[in-house]
Design a protein around this ligand. Structure first.
Ligand code: HEC
Length: 201
């Protein structure tokens, strides 16, 4: 193998270049000698940066306030849950419907939905028809409060002809409908259907 520079030292077998003299280690393994090359700068820099990074990483994530993977996942899931658009538990939905009682926009939406989906059986004014009168104090199911009305809307009474709306009407709309139905109470519309169920005083 040919190399630049003049071999100046060493026995015939151990050729050492002038430029490499200063880094030649003084042991000799059966004629094989070793040069003490410094590690390349880019390698050292990477190495020391890795050590610094590891120290910061362990300090922050394992000893400090940093969240480990699983904790981060839990935090993210909790955040996603808190961002969920509409409450779906029936208590939440009832609370929502009650809170809408003075919300003109929600009541208008509830009315529009009522006319489109419910009026055919319960009458345009809630006076009743195929379905019972929704304006009187008599209720077949529940006591006419938000929770009871929501339950009937969501579950329906299929065997009596009241459709199961749960899978069809989204929770927000169910709340609007319930809030609107509450406004029908005591309106005494013409052609009201005779009371059905228990009187709730
Ligand atoms: C196909 C006809 C029909 C449609 C459409 C309908 N209902 Fe009914 N609904 C009924 C019948 C029939 C009953 C009575 C069930 C019974 O006798 O148990 C009823 C009962 C109810 C009750 C309970 C009344 C009580 O006295 O306990 C509520 C509340 C109600 N419906 C709301 C709605 C709403 C809100 C909609 C629209 C999303 C709707 N219904 C659409 C037929 C209908």
């Amino acid at each position: 193998m040919s190399r630049p520079g003049n071999p100046t030292t060493g026995e015939e077998k151990n050729i050492v270049f002038e430029s490499e003299k200063s880094i030649l280690l003084d042991h000799n393994y059966d004629g094989i000698q070793e040069l003490d090359h410094p590690l390349p700068k880019w390698w050292l820099v990477t190495f020391y940066l890795a050590i610094i990074f590891a120290a910061i990483y362990v300090g922050y994530y394992h000893l400090g306030s940093g969240l480990l993977q699983e904790q981060e996942l839990e935090a993210d899931l909790a955040e996603i849950k808190s961002r969920a658009p509409a409450p779906t538990s029936s208590e939440d939905l009832a609370a929502k419907a009650i809170a809408m009682k003075d919300d003109a926009t929600a009541l208008a939406a509830g009315k529009a939905s009522y006319i489109a989906k419910c009026a055919a059986c319960h009458g345009n004014l809630g006076e009743g028809g195929i379905g019972p009168n929704l304006t009187d104090k008599f209720w077949i199911h529940g006591i006419g409060d938000a929770a009871g009305v929501i339950k009937v809307i969501v579950d329906g009474v299929p065997e009596k002809g009241m459709p199961t709306w749960g899978p069809i009407i989204p929770p927000e709309e169910t709340a609007q409908l319930t809030a609107f139905i509450a406004t029908l109470s005591g309106t005494n519309p013409p052609n009201a259907k005779a009371p059905e169920g228990q009187e709730i005083k």
